[in-house]
Design a protein around this ligand. Structure first.
Ligand SMILES: [Zn+2]
Length: 438
């Protein structure tokens, strides 16, 4: 049995070779069971009593293992990763996305950064701890989960609702998305710790009006009324609101680089954010709510004015903004448009402080003396949304020291997804330091 650092690359590669694409459709999402069986066998091999749980539908498998800590009175730490990946079109890739190929200093394939890399680090360390008889300061619950990429209805959310016992005693959680280095200026690296996520709120808009013949004069056309509302909403810019996480991110960057983030106008702030490079798109989206129309549906024949027209809008709302956001929506849409939430996973935020944050900061600085940690908010969502409901403080920190020129955020769900081999071994060392002190 090697040390975690020695087997993390092989584990990453082998996990990538298991096809666990999550299509969002139960009939075609079938690979998580094989990935879970792989993880389960690796844990059992070193003596864990694991539990494999099917979360709400056949084949949606999750693996849990608990490692007892030195102090049973301390609350437990949940360390979690998801085993599913987003689909791919292999014709666009320069290596096969399921190859797990190790070449040019990278491990290649779907899931290399989201998040079979972190799964492999967690698994490698869980194995090392058991093999060496390591006792961490407190209980660690290792969780490898299904269905994150489709929102976790058949994964984390199902488990939190139906099997809260699995998380007994857990007050903090460590998962994705954070910990990857961003290089600023000459040789300063920041490692963002995810402390917040916007909501994922999908909205259906509906206009019901008088149907009619397409050849007539008609002032109450549902398609026209809906289209006007959708256009107003799509062009609207919601106000700048900097929550604690985003303000903390900007403050730390200002201190390190001198870049100021003026908030007197959206244009000025966007201009400053653009200087951050690849991560600018994500950061920009965390300075305000967004509402992007994504689907339109109406009518069935060219000469019939339909009685109903519908649109779908992808809304992402900042922590604490839901009520104000809805008031703004109602003003924009006007009285003729009905709206309903077809999915609403709430925004979450925790503060950037406490022992676990200090441990993460120290661990990364011991492996990279030029490292700084800082809080950040993700514009998307993760399994953290489910664990917050169980009262946990959730952090995203999958440590990777990356080359300065790598556009890392573009690799998430991207073509030629890959992770540097030396980032994996670095991350394993950092994560080991965290888990041994957390
Ligand atoms: Zn992910």
């Amino acid at each position: 049995m090697g040390r975690a650092e020695d087997e993390v690359v092989t584990l990453t590669s082998e996990l990538i070779q298991i096809d666990s694409q999550n299509t969002g459709d139960l009939a075609t999402t079938t690979g998580e069971a094989e990935a879970a069986a792989y993880v389960d066998a690796k844990l059992r091999e070193v003596g864990y009593e694991t539990e494999v749980i099917e979360s709400g539908a056949p084949g949606r498998h999750n693996v849990f293992a608990r490692l007892a800590g030195a102090d049973p009175d301390r609350p437990a730490l949940l360390v979690h990763g998801h085993l599913d990946v987003v689909p791919f079109d292999e014709s666009e890739w320069s290596v096969h996305p399921l190859s797990g190929s190790v070449q040019d200093g990278y491990v290649w394939g779907r899931g290399a950064v989201d998040m079979k890399d972190m799964d492999a680090m967690i698994l490698a360390l869980a194995r090392q701890f058991a093999a060496e008889g390591t006792v961490p300061p407190r209980d660690i619950v290792f969780a490898f989960l299904a269905d994150e990429e489709a929102g976790g209805a058949y994964g984390s959310h199902w488990l939190a609702e139906h099997r809260p016992d699995l998380f007994e005693g857990c007050t903090e959680a460590l998962g994705e998305v954070g910990g990857f280095s961003l290089t600023l200026g000459e040789d300063v690296r920041v490692y963002p710790v995810m402390t917040a996520e916007k909501s994922i709120a999908w909205m259906k808009l509906r206009v019901r009006s008088r149907p009619g013949h397409g050849s007539m004069v008609h002032d109450e056309n549902a398609v026209t009324i809906l289209a006007e509302a959708v256009a107003r909403l799509g062009r609207h810019r919601f106000p700048l609101v900097l929550t604690e996480s985003v303000q903390g991110f900007f403050d730390e960057i200002t201190e390190l680089t001198g870049i100021e983030f003026p908030t007197d106008s959206a244009a000025a702030l966007d201009g400053a954010v653009a200087k951050l490079g690849g991560v600018a798109r994500v950061v920009g989206a965390t300075t305000r709510d967004t509402a992007n129309p994504t689907m339109l549906q109406a009518g069935y024949k060219a000469n019939v004015i339909p009685s109903v027209a519908e649109a779908t809008v992808d809304c992402r709302v900042l922590p604490g903004r839901q009520e104000a956001f809805e008031r703004e929506l109602d003003e924009l849409l006007g009285p003729d448009v009905e709206r309903e939430w077809i999915r609403n996973l709430e925004a979450v935020e925790t503060s950037f402080d406490g022992d676990l944050v200090d441990v993460m900061t120290r661990a990364v600085q011991e492996e990279d003396p030029r490292a700084h940690t800082l809080p950040y908010m993700m514009s998307g969502g993760t399994d953290a949304k489910a664990f917050v409901k169980l009262g946990m403080r959730c952090f995203g920190f999958a440590p990777l020291r990356l080359p300065p020129d790598l556009d890392f955020t573009a690799l998430f769900h991207g073509i030629d997804e890959r992770v540097p081999v030396d980032a994996l071994t670095f991350g394993t060392r950092v994560l080991e330091r965290i888990l041994l002190r957390a």
